[in-house]
Design a protein around this ligand. Structure first.
Ligand code: NAP
Length: 269
């Protein structure tokens, strides 16, 4: 990477919600961005435009390109990585954010295998194998004779409090998120010797399209003090945590879980 280049990031599922919040915060800190989406092209375009504006407002000139790809499909994952190669020719950061909630939210006693497979493909298999592609590209960049010794690529996985807090009507979602925690540790252990860190961000209840159907339930829970910090999480709360990692403020930590949940994980009596 030439010194003048911005660092480059791929954010999966960045058209809306948390991914969009992460994209905006990374744009403000000077990243060029690949904004991945599944189906909402217009939302992805809007995010890309807003990122360029957000960067400019902070005096940064950043590029933001949109790429349609279903992270659950191998050929799409390869196309996503190829798009980043063609567009920026480098990668500093992968954010595995794209995810869906449990399809039809069936009770565990009624859960269906086809719905389980569809969720696991997007929420678990996708990040696992996209990380593999990114990690191999990181190693390739590092082996380049002109590689900057300060080049420390990173992977950030967006899991959930559902990785440890049970919902009996979203068993597959909970299990996929729990597995992302182990995936983070596996990649962290494998890549540390190469100066590559891997983190898990564990968001609480965040205001997005995913949580819109349960808004009233959580409005009441927040009002009743369900989290020590009595408010909804916002996508930018997650975005700011990502920036802390991306800027290198956690250089001696890897395989770590960072809770962005208003204190939900704190056990209280
Ligand atoms: P959201 O508002 O529903 O947005 C989902 C994003 O993922 C969209 O950009 C969507 O693209 C993309 N996406 C969905 N399926 C995809 C696929 N197969 N391939 C590529 N992209 C895909 O969800 P969110 O609330 O922002 O959640 C983002 C992540 O945070 C998820 O992993 C979720 O599990 C996790 N999380 C959310 C919460 C919460 O309270 N909201 C809490 C903890 C963790 P399109 O716009 O094209 O559909």
């Amino acid at each position: 990477m030439a010194m003048a280049d911005n660092p480059a990031v791929i954010i999966t599922g960045a058209s809306r919600g948390i991914g969009r919040g992460i994209a905006l915060e990374l744009a403000r800190s000077g990243f060029d961005l690949i904004i991945n989406y599944a189906g909402h092209e217009q939302a992805a375009r809007q995010t890309a435009q807003d990122c360029v504006k957000a960067g400019a407002a902070d005096g940064r000139v950043v590029r933001a390109e949109i790429v349609q790809a279903d992270v659950g499909k191998g050929s799409d994952r390869e196309r996503l990585i190829d798009a980043a190669r063609q567009t920026f020719g480098r990668l500093n950061l992968l954010i595995n954010n794209a995810g869906i909630t449990s399809i039809n939210r069936r009770d565990v006693l009624e859960a269906r295998e086809d719905e389980f497979d569809a969720l696991m493909a997007i929420n678990l298999k996708g990040p696992y194998f996209l990380s593999q592609l990114a990690a191999n590209w990181f190693l390739e960049q590092k082996s380049d004779a002109h590689s900057d010794p300060r080049f420390h690529p990173r992977i950030v996985n967006i899991s959930s409090i559902s990785g440890y807090a049970v919902s009996t009507n979203r068993g597959d979602y909970c299990m996929a998120k729990a597995a992302l925690g182990m995936m983070t540790k596996v990649y962290a252990a494998r890549l540390a010797e190469h100066g590559i860190t891997v983190h898990e961000i564990c968001p609480g209840v965040i205001d997005s399209d995913m949580t819109a159907p349960v808004k009233e339930k959580y409005d009441q829970l927040f009002a009743d003090g369900f989290t020590p910090i009595r408010r909804w999480g916002q996508p930018e709360d997650v975005g700011r945590a990502v920036v802390g990692i991306a800027q290198g403020y956690l250089p001696y930590s890897t395989g770590e879980t960072i809770h962005v949940d208003g204190g939900f994980h704190v056990r209280r009596l």
